[in-house]
Design a protein around this ligand. Structure first.
Ligand code: ADP
Ligand code: NI
Length: 213
């Protein structure tokens, strides 16, 4: 097994049990999207980008109650894989700075490698698959689907984002409709434009059908 295969296996074990839109299928799609973007960004470090893609949700607070403990586990694993700790630190730097919530406090500056991982993760939150993941998340967390008062949340902060007990459709307004303008690379913006339209059409359809009740 080469390094990337070992990393993929490690991530697969962590994501195997997830049923709220963060299963290993999310991870393999993020890797595939990053590969596509990498073709247009020759200055990027392919192995670093793909490692960060595989590991980007391994110690996320949505998947574990013990973020520090889980991160230590990932850290020990990476020490077995890379002799050089600078690679591990670069991977952690990307993972710790790409999330939507981390960027609600201040917009982080990312180099091209971080930008690609962030774009790939965001693209998988958009479009038809993004819709499915959002529904999965809503069901897994017992959220109401729709209220006619769903609308953009003003002045969203990390606290209000995570404490928001609104409905699933409101997640499109509070996050998913904002993503297209936040994409970093030209290739991601091209892929994202179609996905953005699919989400808007979907939410419009829900709102139209909901006029009957
Ligand atoms: P990030 O990791 O970039 O901070 P999140 O982890 O909050 O973003 O979201 C990842 C995905 O999980 C979203 O794109 C969405 O599909 C789903 N999700 C997260 N929060 C909610 C929510 N409140 N309602 C519905 N889906 C959600
Ligand atoms: Ni993710």
């Amino acid at each position: 097994m080469n390094r990337l295969e070992k990393i993929a296996n490690f991530a697969k074990n962590i994501h195997a049990q997830n049923n709220d839109g963060h299963g290993f299928d999310h991870i393999t799609r993020v890797v595939a999207l990053a590969e596509k973007i990498l073709l247009t960004e020759p200055s990027a470090d392919r192995e670093l980008v793909l490692c960060a893609c595989y590991l980007h949700d391994t110690y996320d607070e949505k998947l574990t109650d013990n973020v520090a403990g889980q991160k230590a586990l990932v850290s020990n694993f990476l020490d077995e894989i890379f002799f050089d700790k600078t690679v591990k630190n670069k991977i952690f730097e990307i993972i710790d700075n790409i999330s939507f919530s981390a960027n609600l406090i201040e917009r982080k500056t990312l180099d091209i490698n971080g930008q690609i991982v962030q774009d790939a993760d965001r693209l998988d939150a958009m479009g038809a698959l993004g819709i499915i993941r959002t529904l999965e998340y809503g069901w897994a967390h017992g959220r109401e689907l729709y209220k006619s008062t769903d609308k953009a949340v003003k002045n969203l902060t990390k606290e209000t984002y995570h404490q928001n007990t609104g409905c699933t459709i409101n997640h499109f307004y509070e996050k998913l409709f904002l993503l297209q303008d936040l994409l970093n690379t030209a290739e991601a913006r091209k892929i994202g434009a179609k996905r953005d339209k699919i989400m808007h059409d979907f939410v419009k359809a829900i709102e139209n059908e909901s006029n009957y009740f």
